[in-house]
Design a protein around this ligand. Structure first.
Ligand SMILES: NC(=O)c1ccc[n+]([C@@H]2O[C@H](COP(=O)([O-])OP(=O)(O)OC[C@H]3O[C@@H](n4cnc5c(N)ncnc54)[C@H](O)[C@@H]3O)[C@@H](O)[C@H]2O)c1
Length: 353
């Protein structure tokens, strides 16, 4: 299975390579579709169409409603319907232009349509550039559970165009930084030494590149998450439970914010089980408090949060298995964590409000 894109192209070379791919695909008589959400249709599609010039007339545009609360089967069905109405064959190409919601949902749609059509990801958020567009995981949320339905279906190409970040709301931008911090903790501690909330324009591409490199190395070693790929889930066991709860209660919480909050609990558990230096936890808490929307959870939510964590895809034989760290850059997966310690971490988390 090919989960690593042929090549990741950046900025000017990305537009050049995209033009070439579209020229070749069109020349061979294949249909080309471009999926956007309502925001990327407004902010990103015009730039792509302009760069493509005459080639843009060969693209059929499909737009879905924006936001995580639309990352579900109904929306996927709307895209399948559009593909069918426009007679997309098995050789059709679907370009996903958007954040992680669009690349996850578009990737899922492509993996199932006619048993799988080719995709290209053009990520437009920081989070999708550093994480969601890489590694070939697709998915939609189902019964309030994050990515409960999904497939592995890698894009042929990923085109990272950092100019798209100029229209991204700053809260969304920060949400992406949470995943960069995650890479810092699991394998690239040098990233934690940077002022990630004030990255110089000239350094953005190199930071994105380092994250893509970190993820690609891990995915190459373990494409289907049998082992080392689980490292990428640091912060996500608790984070996904927070995110699912917010979806259930229709609260406003972004994926990266949920991960940033989940990291507090998981670093706390790391201090208890893997002797992570408490200074690392304290320093991270300072960063989290200053930079991210903090998701408040009440004591009466703990049972539901435990319930949600029990549904985590990493669990085996009913045991909750976490990815934890013993030091920044030194992560370990499949650590069983008891319910009491998880609840203690949630109590600790509450004490920070
Ligand atoms: N497949 C994976 O490996 C993986 C990894 C991490 C996260 N994810 C998934 O990614 C999703 C989160 O991704 P996200 O944070 O990119 O969210 P998102 O795709 O919902 O985008 C966030 C918001 O920004 C808007 N937007 C996107 N690009 C814009 C731009 N350039 N200018 C203005 N507005 C823009 C979107 O319309 C949306 O409203 C979650 O569903 C998460 O589960 C997947």
């Amino acid at each position: 299975m090919k989960l690593i894109p042929n090549t990741v192209f950046y900025d000017i070379s990305a537009f050049m390579a995209l033009r070439k791919v579209i020229f070749n695909v069109h020349a061979s008589g294949r249909k080309i579709f471009i999926l956007t959400d309502s925001n990327t249709r407004q902010f990103c599609l015009p730039m792509v169409m302009e760069e493509l010039g005459d080639l843009s007339q060969h693209l059929v545009s499909i737009t879905i409603a924006a936001g995580e609360n639309n990352k579900h089967l109904q929306t996927a069905m709307e895209v399948w319907e559009q593909l069918s109405v426009h007679q997309a064959g098995r050789d059709a190409l679907l370009i996903n232009l958007g954040g992680g919601m669009v690349t996850d949902l578009g990737g899922f749609v492509a993996s199932v349509y006619k048993r799988g059509i080719e995709t290209i990801h053009v990520p437009t958020t920081m989070l999708a550039m550093v994480d969601a567009a890489i590694g070939g995981k697709t998915g939609v949320d189902f019964m309030h559970l994050k990515n409960n339905l999904g497939t592995f279906h890698g894009p042929s190409w990923v085109f990272v165009i950092t100019k798209f970040l100029e229209t991204l709301p700053s809260r969304q931008y920060r949400s992406g930084i949470a995943e960069i911090i995650k890479y810092g903790f699991i394998s690239r501690p040098e990233l934690l030494k940077q002022d990630l909330f004030n990255i110089e324009k000239s350094a953005i591409q190199s930071i994105i590149g380092r994250c893509i490199d970190a993820k690609t190395n891990i995915v190459q070693a373990d494409p289907e998450e049998q082992g080392i790929r689980k490292l990428l889930n640091l912060g996500h066991t608790v984070g996904h439970a927070f995110e699912a709860m917010a979806l259930m209660k229709q609260q406003d919480l972004l994926h990266g914010e949920a991960v940033a909050s989940g990291l507090v609990c998981e670093l706390y558990i790391s201090t208890r089980l893997l002797s992570l230096d408490t200074e690392v936890l304290d320093h991270y808490i300072g960063l989290w408090q200053s930079a991210f929307l903090r998701y408040p959870v009440a004591e009466e939510d703990d049972a539901e949060l435990m319930n949600l964590m029990l549904q985590d895809k990493k669990n085996r034989a009913g045991k909750l298995l976490f990815t934890l760290i013993s030091a920044p850059g030194n992560a370990v997966f499949d650590i069983p964590v008891g319910q009491e310690l998880i609840e203690e971490s949630l109590q600790f988390y509450r004490s920070l409000f």
